[in-house]
Ligand binder design. Sequence first.
Ligand code: GLU
Length: 423
Amino acid sequence: MPNLSFVSPTRNSPWGTYLSQIDAVEPYLGKLARWVETLRRPKRALIVDIPIEMDNGTIAHFEGYRVQHSLTRGPGKGGVRYHPDVTLEEVMALSAWMTVKNAAVNLPYGGAKGGIRLDPKTLSMKELEKVTRRYTSEIGIIIGPQQDIPAPDVNTNGQIMAWMMDTYSMNVGATATGVVTGKPIPLGGSLGRVAATGRGVFVVGREAMRRLNVPMEGARIAVQGFGNVGSVAAKMFAANGAKIVAVQDHSGTIVNDKGMDMADLLAHVAQAGGVAGFKGADHASNESFWDVKSDVLIPAALEGQITAERAQRLQTRLVLEGANGPTTPDGDAVLADRGIVVVPDVIANAGGVTVSYFEWVQDFSSFFWTEDEINVRLDQILIGAFKGIWETHEKHRISLRTAAFTVACTRVLEAREERGLYP
Ligand code: GLU
């Protein structure tokens, strides 16, 4: 199975998961399958050492990565993740999923991702700023508005993007707003960007529910992860008549058969830092989250959550992947056997990078759109992309994931073929 000497994926690890998704799409690529090995190798992977002086005077070193999986259809594009479990293998998989995601919604980008192996909760703001600035400087040799454009991902936000934009700009001697997206509005950020990923999860979920005849009114929704993606998606589902019956985050799991009040829960989380302690629901064990009866289950946290064992227990009709890579290949196989439909990450969570694209375009033209214009264009792109994927799924009788990969990988490999090999 290992296709590269520098990682040792297993079947259900992130890169192993991605490789098995490529194996599944290969038969649907026709003559382009000649180029498929391109997708099994990142174009470029940079590992950097990030030394900083801590507040107490000691020197700490962190491991950072930026992987450009593909630059075939345009500059690299994808977030930066801060997490203690980040590895090169994980960032490779996340960068490859960005290639597929960007092509699935037809954005003019390749795919990239970055990460630093650290727990941001253990650092002061000053230390976090130093790590961010040094990391940006170190990867400065491969990023840029025309080369590769980072953005927020797990545990990174507008503040971190502001430091990245400033560091890059200081190094090149010119203000380069287009080097990162997900920036604060005064620095060339876009309206609608913060909510875009969660909004996209809702819009794509609504499209899938319509086709599966799952009514929105009273639909039971379970959400794992209550960060930027899960909380916005939950709020939008609730505002459209659905019931949020279970929420899990780092602090615990809460359930309420009648549905929770989202305004109250959001206010509680803003104050308490997590869902634990919320008065409007009962507390449950973390593992019992996977047994809750729902119509739609939204994993919006990390990879590898829906294992074969959990997939066997799920009582839902639709899995809507807000996170990147939340379902393992073994989990996917069990869900398919059980007739549970999976709307894959590469379309379900593509709203974030779509508004990142709008932000980048606005920065280049120095002309900014209204929030309404952004949301209308976002919805149009996602609805159109989902329609194409649904039709491919029906035509070939393949899963929505393999259909999304068919649409996306065909675009990437057509571009690869048209460009030809250099030299
Ligand atoms: N990190 C987000 C994702 O996984 C957004 C990437 C971006 O906006 O470039 O899609």
